[in-house]
Design a protein around this ligand. Structure first.
Ligand code: NAP
Length: 277
């Protein structure tokens, strides 16, 4: 027999406080749901819109109706904007002296022919997917440092994309700057792992393939629709909420630092066979 310390806590987040950007829908909302169901005490979610069908308020209601012990709190903020990030962090500090988990999930994309991409699309993508993540982690540092210990570090999880590993789309539906931003997001995660690891903060990267969502649906349609993309995937399906939930909990529960975990059914490995170029 081996003494496995805290084995029953490996996939639990009891008592933890988390912040998830882009938590009002899509992968962020799946993650918030998973964290609360895994025992998190408080999950802050942020997005720009508070009201409406896709705003934070409806997400907070859904999360607080899960019947978990933990609670969800919504704070509207634009995490591409440094002043807004500082306001968000200050708001969290009003009730929590520590932050155990920070999930930088909010992201923006753009699809068009290379020569048609407006400068503004590059600014928006880089401000949110790269510069915003850098600043969010930087400004959250006191809260993260206050939570982390050698045995139980606080966690930064950057939601990147398989587009940060390959060149998924060029031509009519090119996503070149998105792909570039996600490669940068991967490398930001690796740099943070080395910078912050000694300060008891781990940094890891989750790289999803296609998950139907508001952000992905336009491109899914342009590429032939869900059925066609499912057929091209080695697992014959796209991502589902449980897939991201499982990977997020796993990423929290390990001693991992500076690694990326791809969640795409193996699609990124089969680009040669199924190229859409
Ligand atoms: N779905 C996929 O197939 C897929 C694949 C690979 C990677 N990803 C990555 O996964 C992450 C989540 O994507 P998703 O598919 O779940 O997208 P989604 O359903 O469109 O959700 C995006 C979330 O981010 C928020 N957001 C957007 N801009 C923001 C800003 N400036 N400040 C704060 N919040 C902002 C949105 O709310 P507001 O609009 O109200 O701000 C929303 O809550 C992104 O980083 C994306 O690149 C997704």
């Amino acid at each position: 027999m081996s003494e496995l310390r805290d084995f029953d806590k490996l996939f639990r987040l009891d008592g933890k406080v988390a912040l998830i950007t882009g938590g009002s829908r899509g992968l962020g909302l799946h993650t918030a749901t998973a964290f609360l169901r895994a025992g998190a005490r408080k999950v802050f979610i942020t997005a720009r819109k508070a009201e409406g069908e896709q705003g934070i308020d409806q997400a907070v209601v859904k999360l607080n109706n899960l019947g978990t012990k933990g609670t969800a709190v919504g704070i509207p903020a634009n995490v591409a904007n440094t002043e807004d990030i500082q306001r968000l962090v200050n708001k969290i500090k009003e009730t929590e002296p520590r932050l155990d988990i920070l999930v930088a999930n909010a992201g923006a994309t753009w699809g068009s022919r290379f020569e048609d991409a407006p400068d503004q699309s590059s600014i928006k993508i880089l401000d949110l997917n790269v510069r915003g993540v850098f600043n969010l982690v930087k400004l959250s540092l006191p809260l993260l440092e206050a939570a982390g210990t050698r045995r139980d570090p606080s966690r930064v999880i950057i939601v990147s994309s398989t587009a940060g590993r390959n060149v998924p789309h060029v031509g009519e539906n090119g996503t070149i700057m998105y792909s570039v931003s996600k490669a940068a997001a991967h490398h930001l995660g690796r740099n943070l792992a080395i910078e912050l690891g000694p300060r008891n903060i781990t940094s890891n990267i989750v790289a999803p393939g296609f998950f139907p969502s508001k952000l992905a649906q336009g491109l899914i349609n342009k590429l032939g629709g869900t059925d066609e993309l499912e057929d091209a995937n080695p697992r014959k399906r796209l991502g589902e909420p449980e897939d991201i939930a499982g990977v997020m909990i796993l990423t929290n529960s390990e001693i991992r630092n500076g690694v990326d975990i791809t969640v795409d059914g193996g699609m990124v490995l089969s680009a040669g066979r199924h190229s859409k170029l």
